[in-house]
Design a protein around this ligand. Structure first.
Ligand code: AMP
Ligand code: FES
Ligand code: ZN
Ligand code: ZN
Length: 343
């Protein structure tokens, strides 16, 4: 097996590209693919301050490393979900990565900051854990990015993730979600810009990147994600990819090129008011996140305790008119929460 670029001994085959690479040229391929995604989708500009959401897993740590290598100004954000040892270990990987490189990592803990964790939210709402988990992540990511005045929130969704979400959305003909499956969501009133620079890299490649760069990461899957529909879609696509390399990429990028722009997202932004508790945009008085906090922190016996007051001391950063086109993904009606939890 020889490297496509230098003909030296190869360490990895990338069947999608029908090529093998040595360590040096594989790392370069990863950097090039991230740079290409950023450029192709006009994700961020040089000099932007980026907030990278890091879970301690391979994708987000590889992404943070790649963005630093590419010269971007980045800080990290780790959200403690309170899922036992899994969360404690994940935090250690993120903290270790940041401290070794002298990078700034914001650590937010759901229990410390809001008084609940993902297992409590799941039992209080009697919903699958990923539902409260996804809602909490979206809210906290937005809040920290806006508070810190970052130009964009960056997540480690990779090609496998995006292809699986697309597969699920097509399977159930969720036209509204399909319309928003673009790897960039512009900033809007109360929402930061959100970008996914790993869409051109597969999961296996981010894992190999971490190994070659000596990055330790959480290898366990979230113990509460078992039975998640998203995982079943991933498995189905893996079978297809195995027999026909390149299928995932052609499915996902074919959709972006041919269909995504024709679907036209309904923004729904104009109808959104502000949550009376936290200030986040919401179609009702109280946003879905604050309702979750209220349920997850209510004591079953007394039940009547007043919910935690989440009102920030000043106006929510980014509030106010003129922050760009809104996206309905960011409305927080119950149905969309359930669906997005499948991610
Ligand atoms: P997931 O929702 O687990 O598929 O993760 C998708 C992306 O969300 C990851 O690549 C990270 O960028 C981010 N993320 C997930 N979990 C966390 C967490 N606990 N703290 C910070 N970022 C996270
Ligand atoms: Fe862990 Fe959803 S609860 S990923
Ligand atoms: Zn080489
Ligand atoms: Zn709220």
């Amino acid at each position: 097996m020889k490297c496509r670029v230098c003909r030296g001994p190869a360490v990895i085959d990338v069947r999608r590209h029908n090529a093998n690479f040595c360590a040096e040229h594989f790392l370069k391929l990863c950097r090039d693919q991230v740079a290409k995604a950023i450029d192709q989708f006009d994700m961020v500009a040089p000099g932007d301050r980026l907030l990278v959401a890091v879970s301690g897993g391979k994708d987000s740590l590889a992404l943070w490393d790649l963005l630093v290598e590419l010269g971007y100004a980045t800080d990290g954000l780790y959200l403690g979900l309170g899922i036992g040892d899994y969360s404690d270990d994940s935090a250690r990987y993120a903290i270790d990565f940041a401290s070794r490189r002298g990078l700034r990592l914001h650590c937010v803990d759901l229990r410390e900051r809001y008084g609940y964790d993902v297992p409590t939210a799941a039992s209080a709402t009697r919903r699958v854990p990923c539902s409260g988990c996804g809602l909490s992540k979206r809210h906290v990511f937005d809040e920290v990015a806006l508070e810190g005045g970052y130009d964009a929130l960056v997540t480690g969704h990779n090609l496998d993730d995006e292809a699986a979400v697309l597969y699920g959305n097509v399977m159930h003909w969720h036209m509204d979600y399909l319309a928003r499956q673009w790897p960039v969501l512009p900033a809007a009133r109360g929402f930061p810009r959100k970008v996914k620079p790993l869409v051109r890299l597969a999961e296996r490649e981010t894992a190999a990147y971490c190994v070659l760069r000596g990055i330790d990461y959480q290898v366990e899957e979230c113990p509460m994600a078992a039975g998640n529909r998203h995982l079943a879609y991933k498995e189905a696509l893996n079978h297809i990819e195995e027999r026909s390399p390149g299928s995932k990429a052609s499915f996902y990028f074919g959709f972006l090129e041919r269909a995504a722009s024709r679907l036209g997202a309904e923004t729904g932004q104009d109808e959104l008011g502000s949550c009376v508790r936290c200030g986040a945009p919401t179609p009702g008085d109280v946003c879905a996140f604050c309702r979750l906090v209220e349920r997850a922190t209510a004591r079953p016996a007394t039940g009547a305790e007043s919910p935690v007051d989440l009102r920030p001391s000043g106006p929510r950063p980014g509030h106010g008119p003129g922050a760009g086109a809104g996206l309905a993904e960011r409305t927080d009606g119950g149905r969309s929460e359930r669906e997005r939890a499948a991610r």
